[in-house]
Design a protein around this ligand. Structure first.
Ligand code: NAP
Length: 337
């Protein structure tokens, strides 16, 4: 059953210089499409807005003047695709729009697994690409073991909160994090159970981290890059490991060489290991993530950490808000109930 007659899509009209502005995006309306043979029409319920979308706004990323892509969760409203029926909930990549035409079999759409008692928002946060990034960074890249001490940057965000929660389940020793406000620091050490946290605006990151983790750390999940990476290199113990997931401190100045880290040779001096993480290389770990986390979600021991912005018309506001740190947990847009 289609609940709306007009479909809206967001396009990128021009590329940003520095921090993006709302006028770079335009909204387009058209009748809700009918499914062609082999396809299904999906009414989107939730959209994911992500830091990689900022990178996609630059040259070589998104094309201008076409509907944008992003992860989304929606309900099938009409189907001529085998195996997909009206009412099915699906995950797909046709975000930044109210309605999508999906073609099963292309690897870009799958049914939402039917786990009782798991909130829908989990599938675009801790059970989605965000949680998978955290899980593979810990279990594959860091080969994280019980008792080890961990630092994670952008700790109050989507990947950061998932890292904190999963590390606890893996038996972490001390878990410390950085975030961009005193409220986030309090939330991390209160609700999220971090042992300590700091606001990276309060001074040089290396000094703040050294005070927060006076005994050093064994492992670091880097969401931020730059001075955070430099600080972690300086505080890591010998044979420590870094899973480099993202560099959000640098996404608005991609053409400028970063000022930090300036201590890369310490990687040699301390026999550290630094490895990049790309979640798209770990699709085969998705089922393992679900087997690991779903019982904890069902028992309530783990909850999806999300900030939900209501209304398709507020998608760009939510996206820019996430880039500014307006979210705790994963930033999602609720398009429909
Ligand atoms: N490699 C992969 O496969 C992969 C997959 C998913 C995500 N990622 C990366 O993981 C990181 C986190 O992604 P996410 O989706 O979970 O986003 P997120 O952490 O939920 O949101 C971004 C956060 O970045 C922080 N931030 C913004 N500017 C910053 C700056 N200059 N310095 C330090 N922190 C800053 C903000 O929090 P504060 O208020 O704390 O500043 C904001 O909440 C990003 O770097 C992203 O690109 C990589």
């Amino acid at each position: 059953m289609t609940t709306q007659r007009t479909a809206r899509t967001l396009h990128l009209a021009a590329r940003p210089h520095g921090f993006p502005t709302p006028d770079l995006f335009t909204v387009h309306e058209a009748p809700v499409p009918e499914p062609a043979p082999g396809t299904a029409v999906v009414e989107n319920l939730y959209l994911s807005v992500d830091p990689y979308h900022r990178e996609a706004m630059d040259d070589g990323g998104w094309a201008l003047g076409v509907p944008l892509e992003g992860r989304a969760l929606g309900r099938v409203t009409a189907s001529r695709a085998p195996g997909f029926a009206e009412g099915d909930l699906v995950l797909h990549r046709e975000g930044w729009r109210t309605h999508a035409v999906v073609e099963p079999g292309e690897g870009r759409v799958r049914k939402v697994p039917a786990y009782d008692g798991v909130p829908l928002t989990a599938y675009l946060s801790i059970l989605g690409g965000t949680g998978l990034t955290a899980y593979v960074a810990l279990t594959r890249t860091l080969e994280f073991r019980a008792g080890q001490d961990l630092f994670v940057s952008a700790a109050a965000g989507g990947v950061g909160t998932a890292v904190g929660r999963i590390a606890r389940l893996l038996g972490a020793g001390r878990v410390v994090g950085s975030a961009g406000s005193p409220a986030k620091v309090a939330w991390l050490t209160g609700e999220l159970g971090f042992d300590a946290a700091f606001d990276y605006h309060d001074g040089p990151v290396g000094e703040l981290l050294a005070k927060t983790a006076p005994g050093g750390i064994d492992a670091y999940v880097d969401n931020v890059g730059g001075d955070h990476l430099e600080g972690a290199i300086s505080v890591l113990r010998e044979h420590g490991r870094i899973a480099w997931v993202g560099a959000i401190s640098q996404y608005h100045s991609a053409h400028e060489p970063p000022a930090a880290p300036r201590n890369l040779f310490d990687i040699v001096e301390k026999s550290l290991r630094l490895e990049g993480v790309m979640v798209r290389n770990y699709g085969d770990v998705q089922q393992e993530l679900e087997d690991f986390l779903v019982p904890h979600l069902q028992s309530g021991a783990v909850v999806p950490d999300v900030t939900v912005v209501d209304g398709f018309e507020r998608t760009v506001e939510g996206f820019l808000g996430m880039l500014r740190g307006g979210n705790t947990g994963k930033m999602l847009i609720r398009v429909a109930d």
